[in-house]
Design a protein around this ligand. Structure first.
Ligand SMILES: Nc1ncnc2c1ncn2[C@@H]1O[C@H](COP(=O)(O)OP(=O)(O)OP(=O)(O)O)[C@@H](O)[C@H]1O
Ligand SMILES: [Mg+2]
Length: 450
């Protein structure tokens, strides 16, 4: 617009100057005064033309530079977003974007204690799992820094956090990469009719590889991160399988995102499911050894293809109900030298199981679930043992006092399966009797600096 105005003014000025020359010629004739006026006018006309030319050239150059800068800026932006992705910087999503990606939270992948997970597709085509966490409101800054801490932790066997979203006074959202084959529970426990999720019976070979993958992920969290991270929720539901059935551990660092009360709730629930280390129940505080205990429990379920705690006998007759504790059975079978009897029967029928691998896996599991935390091996040591780089001694006989707590009571679970409630009661009891500092030490030890 500016340019057009300048051009009009220039043309009008030239026309006016020419008119002045013509009028001077008519009224003054070929006098000296006319020559002076005509000379000055011609000079002015030249000046105007030169100004227009220079301005045009300058404008053309400026436009060229501007175009160049825009394309460079776009390239920079692309490069920057690529670098952000590679470096694991989480993207802040608008709620609208997540609602569009998940088609208004239509496809539910699964539901946990405090969150629902939905399938989604981002505008760039990336498949994602959107976790909606209900509950306690956190400060924006705190939430962001915790999300950044989770996103900065990167390992091939840990699920990648892509972004987050926080609705004021509403739920918080975490956007993860979508892992195609869902969680491990659907691949080791017999399938229930109502389930139409990916699942099946994982072969022995793949189970052994899953055991190593998970051990590597936990070893990384415990030993190789800048700040030590305790998972505190190791269980089959939090181990996902990719398209090649490699294990990807999910939900690490989440306890950092839970408030004081929520973390206590999570603890209780974990206990009822049988992955809770005894030191939790006894109020002795937690360390990475608690994760190792849970890992050992998962290993046993992986080997047996069954939950560690199972109801046996006539389900209708309350007096005949009995809880069967798989770790105790495994411990007994090992002492009797009947190792292969603990392996998932569906696998035994298929054959092709390496007995040395069974021995290694069972022994490592029994070392991991030792009630004395100091006897449990570190996750780094577990990796060495499973990969055959370290010898495994015979595990000591364990008392398994937990089993006594299990017989206290029982209640039906939301999935229709009954589970014992003893640990939950004990956990609740310990929780309420702990001094307030126990909760603090829990929070600190989850992500403690070295
Ligand atoms: N990134 C993902 N890709 C594919 N499926 C996922 C992903 N994350 C979670 N899921 C599915 O959603 C289910 C529910 O996850 P969620 O973490 O909410 O619950 P949970 O692990 O069962 O319990 P908790 O609340 O104690 O963590 C998982 O068990 C899994 O099947
Ligand atoms: Mg989970």
């Amino acid at each position: 617009m500016e340019d057009k105005k300048a051009k009009i003014i220039a043309v009008l000025s030239v026309v006016a100057l020419i008119i002045v020359i013509v009028l001077a010629r008519v009224y003054l004739g070929l006098t000296k005064t006319f020559s002076l006026i005509a000379g000055a006018d011609v000079a002015a006309i030249f000046a105007v033309i030169i100004y227009v030319i220079i301005r045009q050239r300058f404008n053309r150059r400026r436009m060229l530079l501007e175009r160049q800068m825009v394309s460079e800026g776009r390239e920079l932006r692309i490069e920057y977003s690529f670098l952000r992705k590679v470096a694991g910087v989480p993207t802040k999503f608008q709620f609208k974007e997540l609602a569009e990606a998940t088609d208004d939270f239509r496809l539910l992948l699964g539901q946990g204690a405090s969150a629902c997970v939905f399938k989604g597709v981002l505008t760039d085509g990336t498949n994602v799992a959107v976790k909606r966490i209900e509950g306690e409101e956190h400060g924006e800054k705190e939430f962001k820094s915790e999300v950044a801490a989770i996103a900065s932790v990167q390992h091939v066997n840990l699920v990648r956090l892509i972004g987050y979203c926080r609705v004021p006074l509403g739920p918080r959202y975490l956007v993860y990469e979508f892992i195609k084959n869902g969680s491990l529970d659907h691949w080791i426990f017999p399938k229930r009719e109502s389930q139409n999720r990916p699942g099946g019976c994982l072969s022995w070979h793949l189970r052994y590889r899953v055991a190593i993958d998970v051990a590597k992920a936990l070893s990384y969290l415990h030993h190789d991160c800048r700040s030590r991270i305790l998972h505190l929720d190791v269980k089959p539901e939090n181990i996902l399988l990719d398209e090649n059935h490699r294990a990807i551990v999910a939900d690490f660092g989440l306890s950092k995102l839970m408030g004081r009360d929520e973390s206590r709730v999570v603890t209780t629930i974990r206990g009822t499911k049988g992955y809770l280390a005894p030191e939790w129940l006894l109020g002795h505080g937690i360390s990475e050894k608690s994760d190792i205990y849970s890992y050992g429990m998962v290993l046993l379920e992986l080997i047996g293809g069954r939950r560690n705690v199972r109801l046996i006998g006539n389900c209708n007759d309350k007096s005949k109900k009995k809880w069967e504790y798989f770790p105790k059975i495994v411990n007994m079978k090992v002492r009797e030298g009947k190792l292969m009897e603990v392996v998932d029967h569906r696998l035994i029928d298929g054959g092709g199981i390496d007995e040395r691998e069974v021995r290694r896996l069972v022994f490592v599991a029994l070392w991991c679930i030792q009630e004395k935390a100091r006897l449990r091996p570190s996750m780094a040591r577990v990796v060495e043992m499973l990969e055959g780089r370290a010898d495994i001694d015979d595990p000591p006989d364990t008392q398994m006092i937990i089993v006594d707590l299990l017989s206290i009571d029982e209640e039906p679970e939301d999935d229709g399966h009954e589970r014992p409630n003893g640990i939950a009661l004990a956990a609740r009891h310990v929780d309420s009797t702990l001094p307030s500092t126990s909760t603090c030490s829990y929070a600190i030890s989850v992500l403690s600096g070295r």
